[in-house]
Ligand binder design. Structure first.
Ligand SMILES: Cc1cc2nc3c(=O)[nH]c(=O)nc-3n(C[C@H](O)[C@H](O)[C@H](O)COP(=O)(O)OP(=O)(O)OC[C@H]3O[C@@H](n4cnc5c(N)ncnc54)[C@H](O)[C@@H]3O)c2cc1C
Length: 519
């Protein structure tokens, strides 16, 4: 992922045009780009901000079938997602893991309901099941979750789902794509669509956000994978189009691991607003969430409502012996679900099916939205198949179900560092030349200076925020501390990327403003 090389490819290849231009560099767009390049289509992906800047960095970090959707009877969604869960754990073992969950049980009816329900969930996973679910008594539940409120507790139901690091997965997809000759660029915004004399879309107008320069790019097929922003692109095609997207905000808080003190996660199946709440160990912290708040306005940087934070705290306080308070929150982050609704049928956001939708406009803009991170691969396969069925692309088989996203056959490390796969040696080489670079910035965040240097050289970060929020997870793990190490990180980035002191100061100022939203 070398931005200079990719930029020159963009200009070099443009006269012939591309087979496919994908708009949007979140889970969906990156998945589509990888599917397309592995089928041999010449593919370009454009992202207006950074990869996974929007919803794809703000998930609950679950690779899951969706126990909640089972309760709603959305079987197709659950079966598909369980299958994809299995593939993701097989194909990206360095970024995913099996996570044990315990549902605390307070009534005999719930014991019956969740034991049977979760057995069914296992069954639907078939050969790709991560392990059997089963009922455990009160004592075993307390052993697993020593900080769970035990008043009235009858036992627990244990089940398994997957867990991952969403932005590291996004960067891995981007790398896998460019390794195969794909071209992608962050900070390139699509501002308009080009049409031929038959009113069919055959290209995009894109703005290089840094230079302000516009470029026209042609392609046989344009895919709109812009998540909650999909309506904006649809309106570039047809200004009179009704809105398809019903955005719904979900908020998480991050706490110190001492609030859970367990390797097992808690799943509360029914909160006061009828949702589920998770408390999940993640990188030595605990992620707790989420909410479901319908919104009218969308933003690249959504902000948690105080009422959402209070709701999560109050629910967590009911279940945890050490009740978390506002000042215990290390980070609060908000994300927008790109729910795809029927524009003619209004309904509550929690009732809208999470399954993806593919929309082909009369002028041949292919839009895909909805669903989960977990199903990114399937969504990509289906949208490219749809393009083939529509005659926009010649027929070629999808190969991603067996596409390994890790290079190293052996598990290079059992620690956090396994996210770097077989590049870990390159980081170690940086450290061997200067051992000080192997030191962490401080003891509250795990990252070393050598990692920052390696990321600058290999993962296309352009801003301090790219580094703090998505290449490392500093912002999400501890917003305040991330702000403390920001000046030193900015200094290293400036040296590596060839920026001056003015850039450093501007980046720190902008970053500190952003951090306020995460506190
Ligand atoms: C609170 C919450 C929790 C979730 N938890 C989970 C979970 O645990 N597991 C799971 O599987 N799923 C989860 N999901 C769902 C999952 O995160 C989303 O389905 C997925 O990230 C959507 O990806 P996307 O690429 O469609 O959208 P996005 O990630 O929003 O990407 C769209 C991209 O398009 C770009 N873009 C927009 N307009 C333009 C333009 N004009 N030009 C260029 N680029 C443009 C945006 O900048 C953005 O980066 C969760 C969602 C939420 C909100």
């Amino acid at each position: 992922m070398d931005r200079k090389i990719l930029l020159s490819e963009l200009y070099k290849q443009s006269p012939d045009g591309w087979d496919i231009i994908v708009i949007g560099g979140g889970a969906t767009g990156l998945g589509i780009a990888l599917d397309a390049i592995t089928r041999g289509y010449k593919t370009l992906l454009l992202e207006q901000s950074d990869f996974a800047k929007a919803t794809s960095s703000r998930s609950t970090k679950l690779v899951h079938g969706g126990v909640r959707y089972l309760a709603k009877g959305d079987l197709l969604l659950v079966i598909e997602a369980l299958h994809e869960r299995g593939l993701m754990l097989k194909n990206a073992p360095h970024l995913t893991c099996d996570q044990e969950f315990v549902i605390p049980i307070y009534t005999l009816w719930d014991a019956f309901l969740y034991t049977v329900g979760l057995k069914f969930y296992d069954m639907l996973a078939g050969k790709l099941s991560l392990g059997k679910s089963y009922f455990i008594d009160r004592e075993k539940t307390i052993n697993r979750l020593p900080l769970l409120q035990s008043k009235g507790l009858k036992g627990g139901v244990v089940y398994h789902d997957g867990q991952f690091d969403d932005t590291r997965m996004a960067i891995t997809l981007a790398k896998a794509f460019t390794d195969r000759g794909g071209v992608l660029l962050n900070y390139f915004m699509v501002t308009g669509l080009l049409k031929n004399e038959n009113e069919k879309i055959n290209g995009v107008i894109a703005k290089d956000v840094n230079s302000g320069v516009d470029i026209n790019l042609n392609a046989r097929l344009i895919i709109n994978a812009t998540g909650v922003f999909a309506d904006d692109v649809i309106r570039m095609d047809n200004p009179a189009s009704k809105p398809y997207i019903r955005p719904s905000q979900g908020v998480h808080i991050v706490l110190d691991k001492s609030f859970l003190n367990s390797e097992s996660a808690i799943m509360i199946p029914k909160t006061d607003d009828g949702r589920v709440l998770f408390a999940i160990p993640w990188y030595d912290k605990v992620v707790v969430g989420t909410t479901d708040t319908p919104l009218d306005k969308i933003s690249l940087e959504p902000v948690a409502l105080e009422s959402e934070i209070s709701f999560i705290l109050q629910t967590a306080q009911k279940y945890l012996i050490k009740p978390p308070k506002r000042e215990d929150i290390l980070c609060v982050f908000a994300g927008l679900r790109p729910l795809a609704a029927n524009p003619d049928k209004p309904m509550a956001t929690k009732e809208i099916s999470r399954r993806h939708k593919i929309i082909l406009s009369p002028s041949q803009l292919l839009t895909i939205t909805g669903d989960k991170w977990t199903t990114y691969r399937l969504m990509a396969e289906e949208v490219i198949n749809r393009a083939i069925e529509g005659g926009f692309l010649e027929k070629r088989r999808c190969v991603t179900s067996k596409l390994k996203l890790n290079i190293s056959e052996t598990d290079v490390s059992s620690t956090r560092l396994k996210i770097y796969d077989d590049h870990l040696g390159e980081i170690e080489q940086i450290i061997s030349k200067n051992p000080e670079l192997g030191e962490q910035f401080n003891n509250q965040l795990p990252y070393t200076r050598a990692e920052i240097i390696w990321i600058c050289r290999n993962e296309m970060p352009l801003t301090l925020e790219d580094m703090m929020a998505r290449r490392t997870r500093s912002l999400f793990l501890n917003a305040r501390v991330s702000s403390e190490i920001a000046p030193e990180v900015a200094k290293i980035m400036a040296v590596e990327l060839g920026f001056d002191e003015k850039w450093e100061h501007e980046q720190i100022k902008t970053y500190n403003k952003l951090v306020v939203n995460y506190l």
